[in-house]
Design a protein around this ligand. Structure first.
Ligand SMILES: [Zn+2]
Ligand SMILES: [Zn+2]
Length: 334
């Protein structure tokens, strides 16, 4: 068995798999990139060769056009590929459409790079799959015991209750363009909201992509040309940065909501000017992170992307060898 430290290295460009010659989620352009999912802190333009799931490739093409990569190689969930002496496979991460864990086998060792993930159900992507491994490299965006995300349906019902109380006011919800927007649309439909849902123009291209990939969100309308009166008592989704800007001022007495895992943090609620914070996260919370560490049964865990210390301490307590893998440049679109 070859120790992962000998062939998997944290470099300024990202996590490099030396025997495979590829970098996972590179921060700056490389010859060969393996991309776990389409968020801007993981998928960047300008790589020569990109390997990702078909969903992630479609997202990168929508976001970057030609700059998505010179050669785009799709790898579906469950398929495996031989690259030099390395076998690479991808499994669902349950984070957003196309999101994958990268499973790398080399020298008798199996390493799983989680990418971003969550364990709860999301109607817009297949659920996280537990892949037993020797080394698990986990994200830790919400890696503190204080983070325990509430039920997403419960949060979305808060929005409906507010509409009941203020039927004349427009409910303006800040949602990131990729993942959160489509999840909120799907959740609204799940809890029975059957009116048209209005979208800021910046949210349209990726939402249309989700629809092409099989999601159904009911009737959607563009908020761009709509009159304020039409959107009274309705739900309008917009990027979080737009809910306080000039664009929002024409809405009828808007109530401003923001849907994000960070809405569990009071300072972030203030910063986002959210009157109605909705804690809806596409990342695992503390219970999901610790459950996953137990589920995969790895002897080693490397923690990245957030609050490393507490999760390392937790893993050590289970007799797992844990270390922090400091990857700079990851700041989440959540
Ligand atoms: Zn992400
Ligand atoms: Zn991320």
């Amino acid at each position: 068995m070859v120790k992962p430290e000998q062939w998997l290295r944290s470099t300024p460009r990202g996590l490099l798999c030396e025997p495979g010659g590829f970098t996972i989620d590179p921060l700056s352009p490389v010859d060969y990139a393996v991309v776990t999912h389409g968020h801007g802190d993981h998928a960047r333009p300008g790589n020569a060769h990109v390997l990702a799931t078909p969903g992630t490739i479609a997202i990168m093409q929508t976001r970057f056009g030609e700059a998505a990569g010179k050669a785009l190689q799709p790898l579906a969930y469950g398929e495996s590929l031989r690259i030099g002496d390395v076998t690479l496979c991808v499994a669902p991460a349950g984070h957003i459409l196309g999101s994958a864990q990268a499973i790398i086998e080399y020298g008798g060792t199996r390493v799983v790079v989680s990418g971003d993930y969550k364990r709860r159900a999301d109607p817009t992507c297949p659920p996280f799959e537990v892949v037993p491994c020797d080394l698990f490299i986990t994200e830790a965006t919400f890696g503190l015991p204080i983070f325990r995300h509430p039920s997403d349906r419960g949060e979305i019902r808060k929005l409906l209750s507010s509409i009941e109380i203020f039927p004349e006011r427009t409910h303006l919800v800040g949602t990131y363009a990729l993942g959160k927007t489509q999840r909120v649309l799907a959740l609204l439909r799940e809890v029975g909201w059957d009116k048209p849902i209005w979208l800021h123009g910046a949210l349209l291209p990726l939402t249309e992509l989700y629809i092409r990939m099989g999601c159904n969100f009911g009737e959607l309308r563009s908020a761009t040309e709509a009159a304020a009166a039409e959107m009274k008592g309705q739900v309008v989704l917009a990027p979080p940065s737009a809910i306080r800007d000039r664009w929002s001022r024409r809405m009828a007495e808007p109530i401003r909501a923001v849907a994000s895992g960070w809405m569990a943090v009071r300072a972030r609620v203030r910063q986002a000017s959210a009157e109605l914070p909705l804690v809806i996260s596409d990342h695992a919370d503390w219970d999901e992170l610790t459950l996953t560490i137990r589920d995969v049964g790895a002897a080693q865990v490397w923690v990245t992307h957030g609050n490393e210390e507490a999760l390392m301490h937790y893993a050590t307590g289970l007799g797992i060898e844990a270390k922090a893998l400091s990857l700079i440049g990851y700041e989440d679109e959540e």
